[in-house]
Design a protein around this ligand. Structure first.
Ligand code: DC
Length: 226
């Protein structure tokens, strides 16, 4: 007897510039759909924190790659979120420090690190349907997904949002490093829906994404098997 085909997990890819509202909106979208939220920026930040803690020179790509090979980091899923725990510990507060923000784009530019992260990020499928936020999710980690979104906002607005969180960061410099690196740079994925949310609330941004997802899911359900 033919068995019903098992549905592959759905992946919603949300990429964009720093402080463009990826985290807030990814969380809102994941909650509304009952999907698991994955903050891939937090994964890179965790490695940056690990390097600082072990006095590894963040300008030395070989040393960072060696640390990434060595560290004991495992994927954990709790309360609808996936994160990397290092020796069983998740440095939730530490990874948001200015020290980590200042060096994370160096760590994220190392090709061996990106290879390692991509593998781990794809392993997140074991947890089910995902909303995954980052810089290269639609272009590199899950290029096969039909659900790609790219968030952006004016630089002044993004700086204002960071300042409201009590952080003064050089966002332009970080965006430049993220966009100009050789491997999997920040860019708009082919077919991504671009949302400039300078003038939008998180409810409006996540509402726009959710409406689009629901429309596409309904269309896919109506379409004959591909
Ligand atoms: O989103 P965030 O600010 O927490 O990301 C931290 C850094 O990690 C950012 O400078 C870019 C990098 N990053 C990346 O290169 N690829 C991803 N998929 C996610 C983040």
């Amino acid at each position: 007897m033919p068995q019903p085909r098992k549905q592959a997990p759905v992946v919603i890819a949300i990429d964009g510039t720093s402080a463009s509202g990826k985290s807030t909106n990814s969380r809102l979208v994941a909650q509304a759909l009952g999907f698991i939220h994955v903050d891939t920026g937090a994964m890179y930040r965790t490695l940056a924190w690990y390097c600082l803690r072990h006095q590894i020179d963040v300008r030395n790509a070989r040393a960072i790659a060696a640390a990434c090979r060595r560290w004991k980091a495992t994927l954990q899923c709790a309360d609808g979120q996936v994160y990397l725990a290092v020796d069983g510990y998740y440095p939730a507060t530490e990874i948001r420090s200015l020290e980590v923000s200042a060096v994370v784009s160096h760590v994220a530019a190392v090709p061996k690190v990106r290879e390692w992260m991509k593998k781990k990020q794809r392993e997140c499928l074991q947890f089910g349907n995902l909303v995954m936020e980052g810089r290269d999710i639609g272009t590199n980690v899950f290029p096969e997904t039909d659900f790609k979104y790219y968030l952006d906002a004016k630089l002044e607005e993004r700086a204002r949002r960071r300042a409201a969180d009590g952080l003064q960061e050089n966002l332009a410099q970080r965006d430049q490093r993220d966009s100009q690196r050789a491997v999997a740079p920040l860019m708009i994925a082919l077919g991504a829906k671009v949302i400039n949310n300078s003038q939008m609330t998180p409810e409006q941004t996540s509402g726009t994404i959710l409406a689009d997802i629901r429309q596409r899911l309904a269309a896919a359900a109506r379409a004959p098997d591909r």
